[in-house]
Design a protein around this ligand. Structure first.
Ligand code: G6P
Length: 618
């Protein structure tokens, strides 16, 4: 995720900013930049790629000055290029700003700003903020920032400097974290950062901003205020905030206090799902708006077949997509392992849309499959997490998952992000192919409730931990599910295999009797996905078959379930939602179960043996 660090004090800013950026590297980024405000005005250095590259740039022509802001960018709008890297400036280069978050109405603002003569140099949503602040500037930076923010829809943590109102950094927060670092000694200095890791080398005294707050930082202190009260017609409402003392070490802070990135990422899912939906759901029309597919409306309307191609966890997401699209949009779907697709001679008739799903956007097999599909004349789409990645660049269109960087090798939040995007894609196509507006609105309402329901699933962590205790020394696991929960069973088994090195297999529940049933005895735990859906009764019969052979059953059911719960050894309850979205909720406890078992077995959770986060070789 993007990172912010800013400094105002008596020392040269650049070395402190570079050090802060390095502390933020663990969050993942694809470009970085610095702005220093000094007697010349504003000096900016930025580049795509690593901070080491930025250091080179800075050392070629070092910007001098004691006030500066810096940023690591993880692209969400616009490719990870030098041009798109922060800081962004207004036309006169008198205002520079760094921003975390997403400005949802940037397209509208961009159009309005163009009408008054603004020229845009980047593809980012952030650049509109620089122009907006310049347009509202009347001599006082904090008032201009506050006025500009009244026009913004979306989320932000931002830091702004201006040569027209020098000697201060103005920062503001809504929906993206931001904190102030206070000097520990007598030195007159202040820091601002998006993450405490960035300031920890200098201070353990921090003040956290809340949403709707703005702070003005000067070398000798800061003033915290309510953004809304900066209107000149009102008295400014200043805020007193307690100083927090950070006791954790750096290593722990980088993981947000979690023992592993994987657990952190599992717990980030409510936010990641929100981000995947942000600005894409249309309540009134009961549908989804996917900007990266606008120009392909005709191809999508005339599509007679969709082929998904992917690897690993993304392939499981594709299987869920198959169930969703066929059920709700009534389009025939095929799912192919990318590694197979690329070497077959696939039949790709006219009006076929090939969709590559990939967290990294760089998986070699998926990329090759995509190229093969293009050669065969298909329209190609990508459902990708990493903006500007190869798959994102080479497809005709696509939808970003916006899950944020995933560091743990075993994919978690990127998977549920992919499922969320697939639900939006299904909704959009289904509404064009017969789904009524009322049904569409039901889907929208259920999507809105989803993040809070994922929060509720996460509350089961302690209970899942106890279940893990009982089974961590078993050597085999079976995962069963039906319908769209069959791919979730596959994903649950994969998670366990990847990080705990226990052999696990996923099966469609009814298929068990055609083979795997021979394996069942009291040493074979069976994880059964049994939400209260159209195949619930069938799953109960499958559970009976396991029980009759002494198998131990861990069931994932809906809250309030009685019938199945009475028959099994362990029950994990998840909230009820519509069938289209239920797989997102049943996937989460399986991630927690795999995690807890791996920890109990002392495995290297974030970097399992033999696995790589992004497989860029064949
Ligand atoms: C690797 C990772 C998996 C991932 C797969 C596909 O094998 O270890 O977690 O699911 O690649 O990656 P992609 O980036 O294309 O989704």
């Amino acid at each position: 995720m993007c990172g912010i660090i800013g400094y105002i004090g008596s020392q040269e800013a650049v070395p402190l900013l570079i050090e802060g950026l390095k502390r933020l590297e663990y969050r993942g980024y694809d470009s970085a930049g610095i702005a220093v405000q000094n007697a010349i005005g504003m000096e900016i250095r930025k580049c795509a790629g690593k901070i080491a590259r930025l250091e080179e740039l800075v050392s070629e022509r070092p910007p001098c000055g004691t006030i500066g802001i810096a940023h690591t960018r993880w692209a969400t709008h616009g490719a990870p290029t030098t041009q798109n890297a922060h800081p962004h400036v207004d036309a006169g280069r008198t205002i520079a700003l760094v921003h975390n978050g997403i400005i949802e109405n940037s397209d509208v603002l961009r159009r309005q700003l163009r009408e008054i003569g603004c020229e845009f140099r980047t593809e980012t949503d952030t650049e509109v903020m620089a122009h907006l602040i310049a347009a509202t500037f009347e001599g006082n930076l904090e008032q201009a920032v506050a006025a500009a923010l009244t026009q913004i829809v979306g989320t932000y943590g931002l830091a702004v400097v201006s040569s027209r109102d020098p000697g201060k950094i103005v920062v503001a927060k809504r929906g993206a974290p931001l904190l102030l670092g206070l000097s520990e000694n007598d030195e007159k200095a202040m820091f601002v950062a998006s993450d405490v890791a960035a300031v920890l080398g200098h201070t353990r005294k921090v003040v956290y901003l809340d949403d709707g707050e703005l702070a003005v930082l000067r070398a000798d202190g800061y003033a915290l205020m309510d953004i809304g009260s900066l209107d000149p017609s009102e008295p400014t409402r200043f805020i007193e905030r307690e100083i927090s003392h950070i006791a954790w070490d750096l290593d722990r802070i980088e993981r947000g206090g979690y023992p592993h990135f994987m657990l952190k990422e599992i717990f980030e899912q409510p936010v990641a799902i929100c981000d995947a939906m942000r600005g894409r759901v249309l309540e009134e029309e009961g549908t989804a708006r996917l900007g990266g597919l606008y120009h392909l409306s005709e191809e999508l309307n005339s599509a007679q077949r969709i082929i998904f191609t992917a690897c690993g966890t993304s392939w499981h997401a594709a299987l869920v997509g198959e169930y969703l699209l066929e059920e709700y949009a009534r389009i025939p779907v095929e799912v192919e392992y990318a590694s197979e697709f690329r070497y077959r001679n696939p039949v790709i008739p006219a009006n076929t849309v090939v969709v590559a799903i990939s967290q990294s956007g760089e998986t070699a097999d998926t990329l090759a499959a995509l190229r093969e599909a293009k050669r065969n004349g298909a329209t190609t789409l990508g459902i990708v997490n990493v903006v500007g990645s190869s798959i994102a660049r080479e497809t005709d269109g696509g939808v970003y998952a916006h899950s944020g960087p995933e560091i743990g090798v075993a994919s978690t939040k990127a998977f549920t992000g992919q499922l969320t995007v697939l639900a939006l894609f299904t909704l959009m196509l289904a509404r064009r192919r017969g789904m009524s507006i009322l049904e569409g609105r039901e889907v929208v309402a259920a999507l809105r409730e989803l993040p809070e329901k994922v929060e509720r699933v996460l509350e089961a962590q302690e209970q899942i931990d106890q279940i893990a205790e009982a089974y961590s020394s078993h050597r085999n696991f079976l995962y069963l599910g039906r319908g769209a929960h069959f791919p979730i069973a596959l994903e649950g088994a994969l998670k366990l295999k990847e990080i705990s090195y226990i052999h696990a297999e996923g099966y469609p529940a009814a298929e068990m009797k055609h083979g795997p049933i021979a394996l069942i005895d009291e040493d074979m735990p069976v994880v059964v996905l049994a939400p209260d859906d159209s195949v619930y009764a069938k799953v109960i019969s499958n559970v009976e078959e396991v029980k009759a052979r002494g198998g131990k059953i861990i069931a994932v059911v809906n809250e309030g379930d009685r019938e199945l719960s009475a028959k099994v050894d362990h029950v994990i309850s998840v909230p009820r939602t519509i069938e289209m979205l239920q797989p997102i909720l049943t996937a989460v406890p399986l991630q927690l179960l795999a995690y807890a078992i791996a920890v109990k077995r002392g495995c290297s959770v974030d970097q399992p043996r033999n696995l790589a986060k992004s497989v860029t070789v064949e």
